[in-house]
Design a protein. Structure first.
Length: 366
């Protein structure tokens, strides 16, 4: 690949680093390993929040699947607004899923009063190693006929989503094709190795994602899973996490791990310095991640393990009663409920009062 060809492709890929571009490979490998038949899946959803806190859900699909419509219905039942992003004839359009109301991007931005959010993005150092890894990424996507779709997704990210929102991609929704329980589950899929904190091994999970988008999905009835392509053979000579292609060249088989996670489990936070991550935001701000103990992860060999999992463990590896803890949260805003005393006796009230005025009759317990 000539320098000119590389620069042109980098431009179409938004000048992203090989580490970010390589992240799409991990999701593709997961689909190839676990999603052949018997399940429906969707990986085109985005949680997006304005600076003022207004939430939008977008799905980037030309034609919505039954699963996409189910996800939208579950979110809309919780008061969320869901929109389809699609590209007919080379011009991006937005359609509100429940009403069918449509706009072009410019009209949508104007009608919803969206304002650009200034963001800091670190420039990628084009070292010899980085160029090599980028070329590997591009060749891989061309070989798998994925490059055009990837360029399209990056285009709408840079043109719209990253301009007006704090946004995060929901890696994958999965649902059984048949059976009594066809509730989708939500997967965060990452290629990573463990880090040591207080001498114990952990996988990191982005706090913002678990506290916002994944929290809303969990409240809508979906289980959340952290899926890891485990890099157990990290090259110590590299200063950063091993590139996905270096890993694939060294291993004979992929080692996948999974754990159910929840907004209700009190995981410890760890603050990564932004210079060590691809964090997009304030230049000097550290990036908090939740420490998910490596010991609660199970080896993943079949998608049925996730679809049939009810088990949720706390940070100590003990069973965590999700339903009992969820009963202690306000169903409107998710703040903790508190015992209150009124003129008619005890009741449960939202700790978010006066912003939230939810109350529930006291029945001697939760």
């Amino acid at each position: 690949m000539t320098n000119q060809e590389l620069e042109e492709e980098r431009r179409r890929l938004g000048n992203r680093s090989s580490k970010i571009i390589g992240g799409y490979v991990t999701e593709y490998l997961f689909r190839q390993s676990f999603l052949k038949g018997k399940v429906s899946f969707s990986g085109a959803w985005w949680f997006s929040r304005t600076r003022e806190g207004q939430v939008f859900w977008f799905v980037e699909e030309g034609k919505l699947s039954e699963l996409d419509l189910q996800i939208a219905g579950l979110l809309e039942a919780r008061g969320q607004k869901c929109y389809q992003l699609y590209l007919p004839g080379g011009t991006w359009q937005v359609c509100q899923i429940d009403t069918g109301t449509g706009w072009n991007l410019e009209d949508f931005i104007r009608q919803h009063g969206l304002e650009r959010i200034p963001k800091f993005r670190r420039q990628v150092d084009l070292t010899e190693d980085e160029i090599l890894q980028l070329e590997k990424c591009i060749r891989y996507y061309r070989q798998e006929n994925m490059l055009a779709d990837l360029e399209c997704s990056i285009q709408i990210e840079d043109l719209f989503l990253n301009q007006y929102f704090y946004t995060s991609n929901i890696d994958l929704f999965v649902r059984p094709e048949s059976g009594l329980d066809r509730m989708p589950v939500c997967l965060e899929i990452k290629f990573k190795d463990e880090f040591l904190y207080h001498g114990d091994p952990f996988f990191g999970m982005d706090c913002y994602q678990l506290e916002t988008g994944y929290s809303l999905l969990e409240r809508a009835g979906m289980k959340i899973f952290n899926v890891v392509l485990y890099n157990g053979k990290r090259d110590a000579s590299r200063k950063t996490t091993t590139n996905i292609f270096d890993y694939l060249e060294r291993v004979e088989s992929l080692q996948w791990k999974y754990a159910r996670v929840s907004r209700l489990v009190p995981y410890e936070k760890y603050f990564m310095q932004s210079r060590k991550t691809t964090f997009t935001g304030t230049q000097n701000k550290s990036r908090p991640v939740y420490c998910i103990p490596m010991g609660i992860y199970r080896n993943l060999t079949d998608m049925g393990q996730i679809l049939q999992t009810e088990e949720l463990l706390d940070a100590e590896g003990h069973p965590f009663d999700y339903d009992a803890e969820n009963q202690k949260r306000c169903p409107r805003c998710d703040s903790p409920l508190r015992e209150r005393e009124g003129i008619h006796g005890k009741f449960l009230g939202c700790s978010g009062y006066p912003q939230c005025k939810y109350t529930r009759t006291w029945r001697g317990g939760w």
